[in-house]
Design a protein around this ligand. Structure first.
Ligand code: NAP
Ligand code: HSE
Length: 431
């Protein structure tokens, strides 16, 4: 009988507890699949007295990371703390000391992934991060292995469970933004600082990871255009319904002739597109490869057990490799493709503005769109304002972002325009 391989867990919060629960629940089958016995030898936490709703031997808990990182008996480190620091330093130290690492930390992988992957390769150990994107959905492994015969042309994903949960509840139950955010936090979906979810940064981190793998080029988070959902109102949701769309926070990466588009923003998705039917904490990644065509990966994008499922899969991969005396080949970022400026992106737009309801106002607005080459696909004006501002909503044909910005800058100066209340991009034409 082999000696059990010792694992060290950094963090026992939502995901860490999920990992422990799955190991307790499915112990026998996981051991068999791993082909080797293993045990959690130490767990790093901040507060050992905290109630965690899970049975853990209190002797395993420590507040000193060195108990894991400096223990030569611990062969695999599982980082589930979150945040950039000290998580990055701990992962770096573990790899440097020849330990395999499994992490669900998208902030660290998006910011330092290339460096850590090189370090892992130089030490002959594995670095796996399936749980870092879209919770329980297997997507890193398919991109790294199953789809390598393809040129990936585009990825469009709902990759943040918290914002999808909020938008779904706002759409289906007319729920209030703040109440639903509190629920998402209570369910363990939100990041420690929920602004990372709401402002789109978490989705941007995940897009960096996906796009780097899909296009084999390094992309950094600051190159991703990023807009969150905090400006979405009940009015926008109602107008989306009126036009046959659903609002989703999408992470989008597309291969274009001159570079790669990489952007995260709220998006009008046509109701007939499969992404429009992804509700609640569910995530989905829709991609197009030149050989495979359209594919969609769907599942729970956050939460203890779904994310724990992805983490356990990585642990089992590490243990299988270790038993064979091998480690995973390193994905190569062998190209250097520029990321396009947002002004160069071509898409369609929803624009909601408030205008004084007087004869000639619509003609003025239309003339200013026309002057910058923006063509209108549909439009509605609601109510009669009796000299009060009324909402006017436009959906445009495809146009460059720079043209849209120029036309809106002109329109904003018209005396009859009270405000440009919201501008939301429209995506999801199926071929
Ligand atoms: P969490 O509930 O906040 O848990 C974090 C854990 O790490 C806690 O046990 C905490 O200890 C410990 N910890 C944090 N900083 C520490 C420090 N400086 N020293 C010692 N211990 C520290 O976080 P989570 O939701 O499980 O997320 C963990 C990671 O998984 C993050 O990278 C997150 O982005 C990622 N992720 C989360 C989800 C999800 O649904 N939650 C899904 C996919 C990926 P105490 O318990 O003592 O405070
Ligand atoms: N806060 C993240 C989300 C957790 O809501 O999707 C999963 O990565």
């Amino acid at each position: 009988m082999d000696k059990p391989v010792k694992l060290g867990l950094l963090g026992l919060g939502t995901v860490g507890a999920g990992v422990c629960r799955i190991l307790q629940q499915n112990r026998e089958v996981i051991y068999k699949r791993a082909g080797t016995p293993f045990e959690i030898a130490k767990i790093l936490v901040r507060d050992p007295e905290k109630q965690r709703g899970i049975e853990v031997d209190p002797r395993l808990l420590t507040t000193d990371a060195a108990d894991i990182l400096e223990d030569p008996e611990i062969a695999v480190v599982i980082e589930l703390m979150g945040g950039l620091e000290p998580a990055y330093q701990y992962i770096h130290t573990a790899l440097d000391k020849g330990k395999h690492v499994v992490t669900a930390n998208k902030a660290v992988i998006a910011s330092h992934g290339a460096r850590l992957i090189r370090l892992a390769a130089s030490r002959g150990v594995d670095l796996y991060y399936e749980g870092s994107v879209a919770g329980g959905i297997p997507i890193i492994k398919p991109l790294r292995e199953s789809l390598v015969g393809n040129r990936i042309e585009e990825i469009m994903g709902i990759v943040n469970g918290t914002t999808n949960y909020i938008l779904t509840r706002m759409t289906q139950e007319k729920a209030d933004f703040t109440d639903v955010l509190a629920e998402a936090q209570a369910l363990g979906y939100a990041e420690a600082d929920p602004a990372a979810d709401i402002e789109g940064h978490d989705a941007a981190h995940k897009l960096v990871i996906l796009a780097s793998l899909a296009f084999q080029t390094p992309i950094s988070t600051h190159e991703v255009y990023c807009e969150g959902i905090s400006k979405i109102t009940a009015e926008d949701i109602a107008f989306a319904e009126h036009f046959g769309y659903t609002i989703k926070l999408l992470a989008i990466a597309k291969r274009q002739p001159k570079g790669i588009e990489a952007r995260v923003h709220p998006t009008f998705v046509p109701n007939r597109h499969p992404l429009a039917a992804v509700h609640g904490v569910f995530n989905a990644i829709f991609l197009r490869g030149d050989a495979v065509g359209e594919l969609m990966f769907y599942g729970r994008g956050a939460g203890d057990l779904p994310t724990g499922s992805a983490v356990i899969a990585d642990i089992v991969d590490v243990l299988r490799n270790r038993k064979r005396g091998s480690h995973h080949r390193v994905e190569t970022l062998w190209q250097s493709i520029p990321v396009e400026a947002m002004e160069d992106v071509r898409t369609r737009y929803y624009i909601r503005l408030h205008a004084v309801d007087r004869p000639g106002v619509l003609a003025q607005v239309a003339a200013n769109f026309g002057a910058e080459g923006v063509s209108i696909e549909s439009m509605i004006q609601q109510g009669r304002g009796q000299d009060q501002p009324v909402p006017i909503v436009f959906i445009t044909h495809e146009v460059e972002e720079r043209q849209m910005r120029a036309s809106l800058a002109r329109i904003a100066t018209l005396p009859s325009i009270k405000d440009i209340a919201n501008v939301i991009r429209v995506e999801g034409g199926l071929r």
